[in-house]
Design a binder for this molecule. Structure first.
Ligand SMILES: Cc1cc2nc3c(=O)[nH]c(=O)nc-3n(C[C@H](O)[C@H](O)[C@H](O)COP(=O)(O)OP(=O)(O)OC[C@H]3O[C@@H](n4cnc5c(N)ncnc54)[C@H](O)[C@@H]3O)c2cc1C
Length: 301
């Protein structure tokens, strides 16, 4: 029986685990990998590493500590988490059952992909899924945003304040009738390509543009300095579906101490309803969730 199990090895999960170790909790991190999405870094021909805030120094420090402390990590996917009285049972992919008095969910999100030719080849080479992280690098550049929801409108709105030209490739106009959508449609440097579809991502060493299909099915090409696929971020929270409260997008609802509605289950990072997907935020939330778990566990230790 563990005091605490942390599910997820991204910035939130790594930080939570290290904090819990410092508090001398009997903690186990269960994850598919170490590092999570910090392994994804957008490469651009005109950008040097110092221009981007990646938070990698702290994440890599925690990661190498956990590589060394093998008793505190278990590399396997979690299938689901159940509750048995005051105890939580973490069911792993291979059929294992791990028990703990408290659990932190730090499983992040996965981005909806386009599944078109060139997407895999140019992923993180001029094409990526996080305008929030990289928009400030596009001063006077041309960018393409693909998507039709709030995420796409937010990304296009931010880029429109920085880039010279923003193209928005969207299947429908639903999100255009929101305040963010109205800002996007009224920006002079934004062109909305309504009803168009991306047929292919094109480039050389980096993505340089897209092949587009218009509503009549005619193909054309559009050049850009970067392409942002902003269709949706899907929280990896199925493992606690039905157990904790979630918002309409499947993010785990947490209070400002990273507590869910179930005492003993905490959550941190992109998988939660907290604001903004960024490494430093996930690191901070991981620390907060670990300290919150400690407060919960202290009378029970
Ligand atoms: C393309 C891209 C580029 C980005 N660039 C930047 C940047 O430059 N700067 C920045 O600040 N932010 C950036 N971000 C955002 C940042 O990566 C995330 O906000 C951050 O990684 C979130 O941390 P997390 O720990 O919550 O989740 P993640 O990093 O997503 O980690 C989730 C962890 O949970 C594990 N996991 C998931 N499901 C299971 C399961 N069922 N069982 C076991 N383990 C599981 C995963 O293997 C992973 O280890 C970028 C995001 C993307 C998509």
């Amino acid at each position: 029986m563990y005091d605490l199990i942390v599910v997820g090895g991204g910035p939130a999960g790594l930080t939570a685990t290290i904090y819990a170790l410092r508090k001398r909790l009997n903690v186990l991190m269960v994850s598919k990998d170490l590092g999570g999405k910090t392994q994804w870094n957008l490469a651009l021909p005109w950008i040097s590493d110092y221009q981007v805030i990646r938070g990698l120094e702290v994440v890599n420090k925690f990661k190498s500590e956990l590589e060394y402390l093998d008793f505190a990590r278990h590399m396997e996917a979690v299938e689901k988490i159940t509750q048995d009285g005051d105890i939580f049972v973490v069911h792993t992919h291979g059929g294992g059952e791990l028990q703990a008095r408290a659990v932190i969910i730090a499983t992040g999100t996965k981005q909806m992909t386009l599944k078109v030719p060139g997407e895999r080849e140019f992923m993180m080479k001029g094409m990526c899924y996080s305008a929030l992280s990289y928009a400030p690098l596009f001063i006077d550049r041309t960018t393409i945003v693909v998507g039709e929801g709030d995420l796409a409108m937010r990304s296009a709105a931010e880029l429109s304040t920085i880039a010279q030209q923003v193209y928005v490739v969207c299947a429908n106009d639903k999100a255009l009738h929101t305040p963010m959508g109205e800002k996007v449609s009224s920006s002079p440097n934004v062109k909305i390509l309504m009803g168009y579809e991306v047929a292919e991502i094109k480039g050389d060493d980096y993505a340089r543009g897209i092949a587009l299909k218009d509503p009549a099915g005619t193909l054309s090409e559009l050049a850009a300095d970067a392409i942002f696929i902003e269709k949706a971020l899907i929280p990896n929270t199925q493992i606690v579906a039905g157990l904790v409260d979630m918002d309409e997008e499947g993010r785990i609802r947490v209070d400002c101490s990273c507590r869910t509605n179930i005492p003993g289950i905490l959550a941190a990072g992109d998988a939660t309803s907290g604001f903004a997907e960024q490494v430093l935020i996930a690191v901070g939330e991981g620390a907060k969730a670990a300290l919150s778990a400690y407060e919960y566990l202290l009378p029970r230790l």
